[in-house]
Design a binder for this molecule. Structure first.
Ligand code: GTP
Ligand code: SPV
Ligand code: MN
Length: 590
């Protein structure tokens, strides 16, 4: 066990360098086998990294508690280390590569003394996809190793795919917990070197280097150079009773509904309709020979938000996490099961909260952290799409942008064309959530849901999107949705979840050229009669009008916010987008 050394000399040399620096007690070369996983799970329980849950209730399930100072992504300590600050751009935290390497190497010196260093080979993307990438993550965290096996195609097949050629391209990821000290926590990206170094954290997006670090920040940098897209998007399939099938990709910011939308169950009267999941967080997309956009999900699992997940809101997620799941920062019940706010049924009379303290329904603290997560293999999803492993990916009919906006943004609207759609994505905004440290509920601009994940200059990223549009002879239609608009009392106007199918149906019908809409200053919006409202409960005609309304005063404010955002990115905003902004202003004034 632990002897699965890859043949590639470049990998061996690099691992040796990291070993010389960090001085681990031993090296464990992972092969991704079930035996290895069983052994490491046992070790993790023995060391207190994981708690084994009640195996009758939740076979193969474990609970991890991260350090309470370490429960979310840390954007202010996430660095893009390009040769010039200009390349990282105004929305990233930049640092000089040489200085940062030297600072990190200082912290890593002897950091693994007395510990095991794991070498985790993995593939992102369907193994035969031209977009597939090999990475290695070196880590001193068992939680990372075990999570990487869920979240990626991890193991010996990655080394086989890489082969022996010394110049074969692979991502070099180094992670060390150090002393899990927020003052020595840095998530650093070196796009030019295809390298990542992460120290001082043991939490999700900071340490599963395959995910946000490689599949978004580094991949977006490569995608711009190579002419494809790496996006913070779910991918779902919709099949009608007639057998028409469409795929849709949607970018919503962190904790704004991607996982839920990707596996939604339509209302009862959608007899014969099927929703299937390709991915719930990340899409890699390239242009096909037919001029359409084709998407793959680079991941192998879901690292999903737990609170609010129930058999009522997301039955497919609930069924996925019945087994083989690593829970992080949820509550532990007295019978060895897990609990969280928003789960079905009554709260337990007693539990151990995410910090490890006694909890009762009278406690003021939450039992589960608002950013508590599950890591579950996608194979557990009852509605996994049969084409999830296809090398070519699936053709995308529509791209949806969306945010968490309590006002201004209608339930849904369609962009007039690709350029207008890119503008809508570029200026989209959302209330911040617990997925990153910092204030929650503050509206901020989050272009294409990529603000924390774009690995290069955001102006160049917009330009790249415009260029891709010019190459697509058969581009997806672009939409914007908002499930989170509220009434004057602060209640959601829209029931959301499964009822989002009604909006998706309007979108799909539009792709088929058959749904009605009204042209407004901001885009094409369905009238109430254009939406399927059969059996829709709890939405009065007045509420529906409010959901679909374009309020001139709200849009006046919105436009000012969009202008301010572009001004903050000057001078690198593409002319076309400035033109779009001007056209929006003219339409609003009319
Ligand atoms: P990341 O994994 O952080 O990228 O998030 P995500 O975009 O996948 O978000 P997710 O689907 O996990 O949803 C986050 C939270 O929003 C959960 O608490 C959901 O219950 C809630 N949510 C999701 N969809 C809806 C919806 O349609 N309406 C309302 N009101 N809440 C929703
Ligand atoms: C997000 O924050 O968008 C996530 C969770 O998907 S993490 O992997 O922690 O970034
Ligand atoms: Mn995400």
């Amino acid at each position: 066990m632990g002897e699965n050394k890859p043949a590639n000399k470049a990998v061996l040399n690099w691992v040796h360098e990291v070993e010389s620096l960090t001085k681990p007690e031993n090296i464990f070369w992972c092969d991704g086998s079930k035996e290895e996983n069983d052994y490491l799970l046992g070790e993790a329980c023995r060391q207190g990294v994981l708690i084994k849950l009640n195996q009758e209730k939740r076979p193969g399930c474990y609970l991890h508690r991260s350090n309470p100072n370490d429960v979310a992504r840390v954007e202010q300590f996430t660095l893009i280390c390009t040769p010039t600050e200009e390349e990282a751009g105004p929305t990233n935290h930049w640092a000089d590569p040489a200085e940062t390497y030297s600072k990190l190497h200082g912290m890593l010196k002897g950091a693994m003394r007395g510990r095991t260093m794991f070498v985790v080979p993995y593939i992102m993307g369907p193994v035969e996809s031209p977009l597939a990438k090999v990475g290695y993550e070196i880590t001193d965290s068992l939680y990372v190793v075990l999570s990487m096996r869920v979240m990626t195609r991890m193991g010996a097949r990655a080394s086989e795919k890489l082969g022996e050629k010394p110049d074969a391209e692979f991502n070099r990821g180094v992670h060390s917990l150090l002393d899990v000290n927020p003052e020595r926590r840095w998530i650093c990206h070196f796009p030019q070197d295809n390298a990542i170094i992460s120290v001082g954290s043991g939490y999700g997006g900071n340490v599963l280097l395959s995910k946000k670090c490689l599949a978004l920040r580094i991949a977006s940098y490569l995608a711009q150079k190579q002419g494809w897209l790496a996006e913070h998007m779910l991918i779902l399939g919709v099949e009608s009773p007639k057998g028409e099938k469409h795929y849709v990709a949607a970018a919503f910011p962190s904790a704004c509904g991607k996982t839920n939308f990707a596996m939604l169950i339509p209302p009862k009267h959608y007899d014969g309709w099927k929703i299937t999941t390709i991915g719930d967080d990340i899409a890699w997309m390239q242009i096909g020979a037919d001029g359409r956009l084709y998407a793959v999900n680079p991941e192998n699992g879901y690292f999903g938000v737990v609170p609010g997940t129930s058999y009522k809101s997301n039955p497919n997620a609930m069924r996925s996490i019945e087994r083989d799941t690593i829970f992080t920062n949820v509550a532990l019940t007295d019978d060895g099961d897990v609990w969280w706010e928003g789960k079905d049924g009554e709260a337990p009379q007693h539990a151990i909260d995410w910090r490890g303290n006694d909890w009762t329904p009278a406690s003021k603290e939450k039992a589960a952290h608002p950013n508590s997560r599950f890591a579950t293999p996608m194979q557990n999803n009852p509605v996994l799409d049969p084409h999830v492993d296809d090398a070519a990916g699936v053709p995308i009919s529509a791209i949806i942008f969306g945010g968490r906006r309590s006002d201004t943004m209608p339930l849904v609207f369609r962009a007039f064309d690709w350029q207008h759609g890119v503008y809508i994505g570029a200026v989209m905004a959302s209330e911040t959530t617990a997925a990153a440290t910092g204030a929650v509920g503050k509206v901020r601009r989050d272009p294409m849901a990529m603000l924390p994940f774009c690995g290069y200059n955001i102006g160049d990223y917009f330009r790249h999107w415009l260029k891709i549009g010019k190459r697509l002879t058969n581009p997806p239609l672009i939409f914007h949705v908002n499930w989170f608009r509220k009434d004057a009392e602060g209640h959601y106007l829209w029931p959301g979840f499964g009822d989002n199918m009604r909006v998706l149906k309007w979108i799909i019908d539009r792709c088929e050229g058959r749904s009605g809409a009204q042209k407004t200053a901001v885009g094409c919006i369905p009238r109430p009669e254009d939406l399927d409202l059969e059996d829709l409960e709890g939405v009065s005609p007045e509420q529906l009008d409010k959901l679909l309304a374009v309020d001139p005063a709200e849009w006046e404010k919105e436009l000012a916010g969009e202008k301010e955002f572009f001004a903050s990115l000057a001078p690198n905003v593409p002319e076309e987008l400035l033109g779009q902004m001007q056209q929006l202003e003219e339409r609003l004034r009319r």
